[in-house]
Write a protein that binds this ligand. Structure first.
Ligand code: NI
Length: 142
């Protein structure tokens, strides 16, 4: 069974690499390099895969999943400047990198999700605008 839950948060970012000269940053990132940054409403989809637990009829308890995603992703990122998050000190906060980072923080504490004992984190999909979205399924197949 695959179960996907949808969330959203808003955050701002500026695409910029301190190691590069100003001109190269502008050329590389265009308007996304504007010093003031800009915001997005990010739509996040978290897909969980696993068997249906015969005791509950569920793959994962949605309220438990919600609380977990809320604490690990929404709470820290909502209404924040991504550039000021500790993980984006050196790492450019593109939506590719953000997508991988969200996967990483969700994966990191996955064992604490009691109802997900038999289910795994399958996919993180992050929508930046109506025209582009990113997906990450981890670095290695499980
Ligand atoms: Ni942007």
């Amino acid at each position: 069974m695959h179960l996907t839950r949808r969330y959203w948060f808003s955050a701002s970012h500026r695409l910029h690499r301190a190691a590069l000269p100003e001109g190269e940053n502008r050329e590389l990132y265009g308007k996304c390099n504007n010093p003031g940054g800009h915001g997005h409403n990010y739509f996040l989809e978290v897909t969980v895969a696993g068997p249906i637990d015969p005791r509950t009829g569920m793959t994962v308890n949605l309220s438990e999943l919600d609380a977990y995603v809320e604490a690990r992703v929404i709470e820290p990122f909502h209404e924040s400047s991504l550039n000021e998050q500790p993980q984006f000190g050196e790492l450019v906060p593109t939506t590719e990198n953000l997508c991988v980072e969200i996967y990483r923080v969700l994966k990191e504490g996955w064992d604490r999700l009691d109802s997900a004992r038999h289910a795994r984190l399958e996919r993180v999909r992050l929508e930046e605008t109506g025209s582009n979205f990113f997906e990450y399924r981890g670095s290695e197949p499980e």
